[in-house]
Design a protein around this ligand. Structure first.
Ligand SMILES: Nc1ncnc2c1ncn2[C@@H]1O[C@H](COP(=O)(O)OP(=O)(O)OP(=O)(O)O)[C@@H](O)[C@H]1O
Length: 593
């Protein structure tokens, strides 16, 4: 949704929606606090009106010659004045506690919504921006329900005051209600400005947060510190935050000017109400009572303006948050599919948006159950793109993908992903407990035995033997630090645990030492009879055991065959890529003989 060309009507509609959604959420997730806050709001709302009536009675009792009761109004007035402050404090604390519960709910809902995002959407810039904006929004929208109550309270206060003062002087009564108008009008203008400017703030903040993460996260931070380039990234953070600050500054300036004009308007109307009271022929007692009540009522009315402001300010953020939640994929539980007879890509072409050249050109590959297949090619040849099309993270422009004989387009994204165990080049280093790091391999519960088996299959048992499954990994959490190759073996353990029909391993041993690499590939060969294994590898010797190797060059399959047959053809692309490595391996083997 474009928020910059919203009409006043539309922004008002969104503001009302934000208000009602927030109260509905409070009713659901913080019921008792909403009830308490509502009761306090209503009670507080009647205090200024009660003050007028009681003051009127008290002054009348003091000044009239007949024996009007004195103690009743005096005690009542004491109670009203005495209650105003403590009631206000309890109300404030209660709205905070309600907001805490709502924030927890909003943050949890957002985490689950993000977790449900289809992988194909995660990398999209618009989704990334909405995600960051939604995260920021949770800190702004949690207070909205409390502010709605404040607005309702101010409405009641004005109405009661109007009714009470009306009896003394109708014009003054009406003017007291009219004192609300400048504030409401000012905040309507502020709302439009906020809706227009806020997305720009979110974009700058997102860029700043990304750069900050690079300074904070252990790995990039260490790299930057070693390079001595941290200050360059810090300068980016400062620049982006500066841009955000300038937009915010402009917004606050405009809001401040509007609020001042509104405050002036309110003061003028209020003054007019006072003049009406004094000149309208009210008795001294009535006028004094009305003035005192109106003064304390004015405070509630001012707070109402502020509350409307908070709701309006939160509206663009709340709209982004709720739209994000609404478009997150419904929670369709993934289940892992263990068998597929074959996988095929047929005449697949793909061009990245905005790219001049296709990254894949008429690519056809196939793999049957039990086969170990390799994709090889130089950097940028198209291997990762091919994998992403196979998995469904990218959609082919032409051609089709068949999994187990079914056109993958006929599967839902969740069903399709359920067939796959994907180990990407940039595998996750999830710094949780050892058990959790491995258990992430598949949805649903995982037993300790399964975790141990997966660790053993991925050649990770050796270094995890000294750890317990509950041990925290990652030094920044006070846990155990482990090496890059060990992290990669844990990532492979997740794939073993998942045990899906099609394993796609993008350089699964790039960080692993030669001995472990040999064992890992022997393990893949030995245990792969029931699955399809597709490996991207840059190391010649790992390709010897492959049933078929596809050589990708400049987005096309230029050769296919076994290691021996491809290498035998001296003029082949494969030979050009691997001959040097092969000779190196042979020399190494000769030396060790
Ligand atoms: N998101 C993207 N947008 C535009 N072009 C891209 C994108 N990702 C990759 N490319 C381009 O597509 C081509 C194929 O890239 P791909 O990542 O598939 O290569 P690769 O064979 O996996 O390389 P490597 O061995 O380095 O991992 C390259 O020219 C690359 O620059």
């Amino acid at each position: 949704m474009r928020t910059d060309d919203l009409s006043t009507r539309e922004s008002l509609r969104l503001t009302v929606r934000t208000a009602t959604d927030s109260v509905r959420d409070a009713a659901r997730y913080a019921t008792s606090w909403l009830v308490l806050c509502s009761v306090l709001t209503i009670a507080q709302a009647f205090l200024p009106g009660a003050q007028v009536v009681l003051l009127q009675q008290l002054i009348n009792a003091l000044t009239s010659s007949d024996q009007a009761p004195l103690w009743g109004p005096l005690l009542g007035l004491t109670a009203v004045v005495g209650l105003m402050y403590p009631m206000g404090q309890v109300y404030l604390a209660s709205t905070h506690r309600m907001a805490l519960r709502l924030r927890l709910r909003y943050r949890s809902d957002l985490a689950f919504a993000i977790a449900r995002l289809a992988p194909s959407r995660i990398a999209r810039p618009d989704v990334g921006a909405a995600l960051t904006a939604s995260q920021t929004a949770t800190g702004a929208i949690d207070h909205v329900a409390g502010k709605v109550l404040q607005v309702v309270g101010a409405g009641i206060t004005s109405t009661v005051l109007c009714a009470v003062v009306w009896r003394i002087d109708p014009v003054a009564g009406l003017l007291i209600v009219a004192a609300l108008l400048p504030t409401v009008l000012a905040f309507t203008v502020i709302a439009r400005m906020e809706a227009r400017e806020w997305p720009a703030v979110a974009t700058f903040e997102r860029a700043a947060e990304y750069a900050t993460e690079q300074l904070v996260q252990q790995r990039p931070a260490t790299e930057l510190a070693v390079l001595g380039s941290g200050p360059k990234v810090a300068a980016t953070v400062a620049a982006r935050r500066g841009e955000a600050m300038r937009v915010l500054d402009r917004m606050i300036g405009t809001a401040m000017r509007m609020e001042l004009v509104a405050a002036l308007g309110t003061a003028v109307i209020f003054g007019a109400a006072l003049v009406a009271l004094v000149t309208g022929g009210a008795t001294g007692a009535d006028a004094a009572a009305a003035v005192a009540g109106a003064i304390s009522g004015l405070n509630a009315i001012r707070l109402c303006g502020y509350a409307v402001g908070v709701i309006i300010t939160a509206t663009p953020q709340a709209t982004i948050y709720r739209d994000f939640l609404a478009t997150a994929r419904p929670a369709e539980p993934q289940s892992v599919t263990r068998e597929a007879a074959s996988v095929r890509l047929e005449h697949v072409s793909y061009t990245y948006p905005g790219a001049a050249e296709p990254a894949l050109k008429d690519v056809s590959i196939h793999a049957n159950r039990g086969e170990l297949i390799a994709l090889v090619g130089v950097n940028g040849a198209g291997k990762t793109t091919l994998i992403n099309v196979l998995v469904g993270l990218l959609t082919a422009d032409e051609g089709r993908v068949l999994i187990g004989g079914t056109d993958a387009d006929e599967l839902t994204e969740t069903e399709r992903l359920g067939y796959v165990g994907l180990l990407v080049q940039e595998f996750g280093r999830f710094e949780f407990s050892l058990r959790d790091v491995v258990a992430l391999g598949r949805p649903g519960p995982v037993t300790d035995d399964e975790v141990y088996r997966a660790l053993s299959s991925a050649e990770a048992e050796v270094f995890t033997r000294r750890l317990r499954l509950d041990d925290q990994l990652g030094q920044q959490w006070g846990g155990t630090g482990i090496s890059g190759g060990q992290w990669q073996r844990l990532a492979l353990a997740r794939i073993y645990l998942r045990d899906a029909a099609v394993w796609i391993l993008d350089e699964p041993t790039s960080a692993v030492d030669a001995e472990a690499e040999r064992e890992i590939f022997a393990g893949l060969r030995g245990s792969g009879a029931d699955r399809i294994t597709i490996v991207v590898s840059h190391r010649a010797w790992t390709l010897r055991e492959m049933d078929r190797i596809y050589v990708i060059d400049d987005g096309a399959v230029v050769e296919q065959g076994t290691y021996a047959s491809l290498l035998a053809d001296q003029g082949s692309r494969f030979a050009a890529i691997f001959t040097d490595q092969e000779l190196e391996v042979e020399r190494g083997a000769a030396r060790s003989r």
